[in-house]
Design a protein around this ligand. Structure first.
Ligand SMILES: Cc1ncc(COP(=O)(O)O)c(C=O)c1O
Length: 438
């Protein structure tokens, strides 16, 4: 077994696990999500390149869980945040930049009439849930069961395999329908007649919507008196500058943004119809809704980063570049899959701006050990790739290097298919985040 190269990192890793449950603050970054060959920590990044604690350089994909769309330490965004930091970040009254940022977001999402900012995407989706419940006077939530994540809150986590600590009563409030299957949503509305407050889904993930599906969801949701929420955490500023709602031509009642909104700074947004959103304000005579109000809610430097990011999207071909680099990567990856006779064992799913790879074992069943092997061989070749989600700063050369590495990694994969994975996998396999026991 090859010796792992991390000297400083292993000590740090031990300290991390002693002090922090799970060893880090986001499960998707955890040790169990990566092969043992992965650098345990990343010290710095520039563009799509990152460096570990021992100074080794890598090309990174899916940066910051897809938040860092423009690249690490991206100058126009950093400079805007620094300028704002120098004038104070949090006052006892709102800052003008809150209005400026709202105007900018509504310029980019013209299908919405009002917006409120928060920190994490989950909080924005939670805000949508509370508004929908207040607006309809109902408790239940219908979510798309084919979409993996909506919120860190009990109403969603209670539906996963990691539901410890969540009351049974809460778990039953959320029900699931299938994507591209209107009948499954219709069945939920029949089964829970008059009880569902909202329908929450991504407009698309790896599967494209069938013709009229999204319009059908909207019509069904409205005819049953519920609120339609599109979670644009991933699709926003990636599928299209104006969101998936613009691309597919279906406007939801509420939509949520985060991730790419501020190039890694912590800003999320809940946007949508005025008559629903305004329940969070005071200019109505209905019961008031406590909507997204926190101490750190609108820190000025983060809003400055969001404005600079959105401005850069408007002025530069960012979305087009994501699609173009993804296309280059798709073509090259499909070529090396074919060269290694791995069609049916390794594949790509999703739009070119958001590519995910799939790994299967010798019996062509989805395989975490084979996922680990592929990631392990990529890491050895200087590529950290939990996905193939590109950023604006992935250059054509970066993609070429990735395809070359993938060709070599897949040659090892091929041997593992033929001879068994045992002598190729150099550590324990990765595991899904949502599992009941360690
Ligand atoms: C579609 C979707 N919605 C919501 C969230 C939650 O966002 P956050 O992690 O910023 O709370 C995520 C995070 O991965 C997501 O992918």
């Amino acid at each position: 077994m090859e010796k792992k190269p991390f000297s400083n990192a292993e000590t740090l890793q031990n300290r991390a696990h002693k002090l922090i449950p799970g060893g880090c603050h986001t499960y998707a970054k955890g040790d169990d999500q990566f092969p043992e060959q992965a650098p345990p920590f990343i010290v710095r990044g520039s563009g799509c390149h990152v460096w570990d604690v021992d100074g080794k350089e890598y090309i990174e994909y899916g940066m910051g869980l897809r938040a860092v769309t423009l690249g690490h330490a991206f100058a126009p965004v950093i400079e805007a945040a620094i300028r704002q930091l120098a004038t104070g970040v949090n006052f006892s009254r709102p800052a003008p930049i809150e209005v400026e940022c709202a105007e900018k977001l509504l310029e980019l999402v013209p299908t919405a009439e009002m917006v409120k900012f928060s920190k994490d995407g989950s909080l924005a989706v939670d805000g949508a849930v509370r508004l929908a419940r207040a607006y309809t006077g109902r408790d239940m939530i219908a979510i798309c069961g084919d979409h993996p994540f909506f919120s860190t809150n009990d109403w969603f986590i209670g539906t996963t395999d990691m539901a410890a600590g969540i009351p049974e009563s809460t778990r039953h409030q959320t029900v699931k329908f299938r994507y591209n299957d209107l009948k499954s949503l219709e069945a939920l509305f029949e089964q829970h007649h008059g009880k569902i407050a909202c329908v929450i889904m991504e407009a698309a993930r790896t599967e494209e919507p069938s013709p009229n599906y999204l319009a059908g969801v909207k019509a069904l949701t409205h005819s049953n008196g519920a609120v339609l929420v599109f979670d644009e955490m991933i699709t926003g500023f990636r599928w299209h500058l104006h969101g998936a709602q613009h691309l597919y031509g279906v406007t939801p009642d509420l939509s949520t943004f985060g991730k790419a909104l501020a190039n890694g700074f912590s800003v999320s947004a809940l946007a949508g119809r005025r008559d629903i959103m305004k329940l969070g304000g005071s200019d109505h005579d209905r019961e008031r809704v406590f909507l997204l109000s926190t101490t750190h809610g609108a820190e000025t430097h983060e809003l400055a980063a969001a404005i600079a990011t959105m401005r850069f999207y408007q002025q530069n071909p960012v979305v087009e570049t994501l699609y173009a680099r993804g296309e280059q990567l798709r073509q090259g990856f499909e070529r090396v899959i074919a060269n290694n006779d791995l069609t049916g064992y390794v594949d790509l799913a999703g739009r070119n701006c958001n590519l995910l790879f799939g790994t299967r074992d010798a019996d062509r069943r989805p395989s975490q050990p084979f996922r680990t092997l592929f990631m392990q061989e990529m890491i050895k070749r200087g590529i950290i790739a939990p996905s193939f989600v590109v950023s604006y700063t992935h250059s054509e050369e970066d993609i070429d290097r990735t395809i070359e590495a993938a060709g070599e990694a897949l040659a090892v994969y091929r041997k593992a298919i033929e001879n068994g994975i045992g002598s190729y996998l150099e550590g324990r396999p990765v595991k899904p985040v949502f599992r009941r026991y360690a």
